[in-house]
Design a protein around this ligand. Structure first.
Ligand code: 5AD
Ligand code: SF4
Length: 443
């Protein structure tokens, strides 16, 4: 029986795609291998968002070449595939820099894997490349998704039409498309029947969702959330990643009306400076962002917010950076991801004047992260002595320990029987640090 190994780089959408690729391979008779050297087929699912992420793919591919040679010396054949956003952006580079790669497909064409794998047998020694933006939707060709445990992802939307001037996503994942409501509900019900208690609805711009219902009528994310909320057995719903300007009144009302919707929202602002936001081609100002946060908080005072930030965008001055720090203090984010601006070929910002020196970017990132970490620590410390429902889905490093997520996406460690895995347990929080909480079950 042939074995596969998939290594996933990047975002949650890639994690979801890798699960779907695994399901395709299993219909072809493959089983999972614990590591690359034990696999007949190794697939890298890649990320192109920042230069570092893309370069990591190429350096890790170098290691795969050695594995391929070592296996060949033992008389074992190894097929190497690269999928995802690096392929869409750099297909020729892959064939040039890593000619031992047998096939490369973009994020929208991996449903063609069965045909591609059949073709490889006939044309070894060349890299088969499929980076077309297909007319068909890959979702119509994928085998049914299965529950991977207590929390599952469901892709509901893909691609982006926003064209923020720093971002490769509209070029790698293509224009925005939404899956039909009924297809999503079928997948969601199947995952809940398979044991998922929490569903995380995914999309690059998830709140611009506008899929068709059974009658062909376009529906928004709020409608979809309401329908998903009706699924018996489902306990928690999340959605990510949202675009501030597309947060509408219906969605805000969901945070008031739907108890299964978790009180945590990832809503990237990127910068607190209006001139930087304008240069980034974001369709919101800092003031509009704060207004949306205020309306969401009024709908559900329990809501905690997380964000993405970019420091050192071309033209960013000290005053612009200060405006970002101000906005962070005003919102009091409970978690955040922050990055130094990375120049991506083909995006408008790569050619903008006023590129910021690496040294300055580094300093700003450090200052911002210190502030963000202090807010995160403050929020986590406030959790001590509180009792909260935690969905435990992974084993901890210590014996008998499970790790789960609080409603606010905090990692929570607790010593529990193995049978508590993939269940929700009420935990009294005893201790907190920046990255996690620990506690004991509440009788
Ligand atoms: N440089 C740095 N960060 C970037 N992001 C997207 N493109 C870039 C870039 N060129 C960040 C944004 C986005 C997150 C997924 O990655 O903050 O929200
Ligand atoms: Fe990239 Fe902007 Fe689209 Fe997010 S909204 S995927 S940052 S272009």
């Amino acid at each position: 029986m042939k074995k596969y190994f998939i290594k996933t780089f990047g975002c949650q959408m890639n994690v979801y795609d890798s699960q779907r690729i695994a399901a395709i391979l299993e219909t072809l008779g493959y089983t999972a291998a614990p590591s690359a050297p034990q696999a007949d087929l190794v697939i890298f699912n890649t990320c192109h968002i920042r230069e570092k992420a893309a370069e990591k793919v190429f350096s890790d591919l170098g290691r795969l070449e050695i594995i391929k040679q070592e296996r060949a010396a033992r008389g074992l054949d190894t097929v190497i595939g690269v999928v995802g956003c690096v392929v869409q952006a750099e297909d020729e580079q892959i064939a040039k820099r890593a000619p031992y790669v047998d096939f490369a497909t973009g994020p929208l064409t991996y449903h063609r894997l069965p045909e591609i794998l059949a073709k490889i047998g006939r044309c070894r020694g060349t890299t088969i490349i499929d980076t077309e933006f297909p007319a068909e939707s890959k979702f119509d060709f994928l085998p049914p998704n299965r529950s991977e445990g207590g929390c599952s992802f469901v892709a509901i939307q893909e691609g982006c039409n926003n064209f923020c001037t720093y971002c490769v996503v509209p070029y790698t994942r293509g224009v925005e498309t939404s899956r039909p409501v009924e297809d999503i509900l079928t997948e969601a019900r199947r995952l809940v029947d398979g044991g998922s208690l929490e569903l995380n609805l995914l999309g690059q711009n998830v709140n611009s969702y506008h899929g068709e219902d059974a009658a062909g009528k376009e529906r928004n994310l709020a409608y979809l959330l309401q329908r998903i909320h009706e699924i018996d057995g489902l306990r928690r719903i999340r959605y990510t990643t949202s675009y501030p300007a597309d947060v509408d009144a219906d969605l805000i009302a969901c945070h008031r009306d739907l108890p299964k919707l978790m009180p945590y929202l990832h809503l990237p602002v990127q910068s607190g400076s209006d001139s930087v936001l304008k240069a980034m081609n974001r369709r919101h100002s800092a003031g509009q962002y704060l207004d949306i946060i205020g309306r969401l908080k009024a709908a559900n005072p329990q809501l905690g917010f997380s964000s993405d930030f970019i420091v050192g965008f071309p033209g960013e001055t000290d005053a612009d950076f200060e405006a970002t720090l101000d906005l962070v203090r005003q919102v009091g984010f409970i978690q955040a991801f922050s990055f130094k601006y990375s120049r991506r070929a083909g995006t408008p910002a790569a050619l903008m004047p006023g590129q910021v020196e690496e040294k300055v970017k580094k300093q700003r990132l450090e200052i911002l992260q210190n502030l963000l970490f202090s807010l995160q620590l403050k929020f986590n410390k406030e959790s001590v002595d509180k009792v909260m429902p935690v969905l435990f889905d992974i084993k901890g490093r210590h014996k008998g320990e499970l790790v789960g997520r609080s409603p606010w996406m905090q990692n929570v460690h607790a010593v529990l029987p193995a049978s508590a895995r993939n269940t929700i347990v009420k935990i009294r929080i005893k201790d907190a640090n920046v990255n996690s909480l620990s506690g004991e079950p509440q009788d």
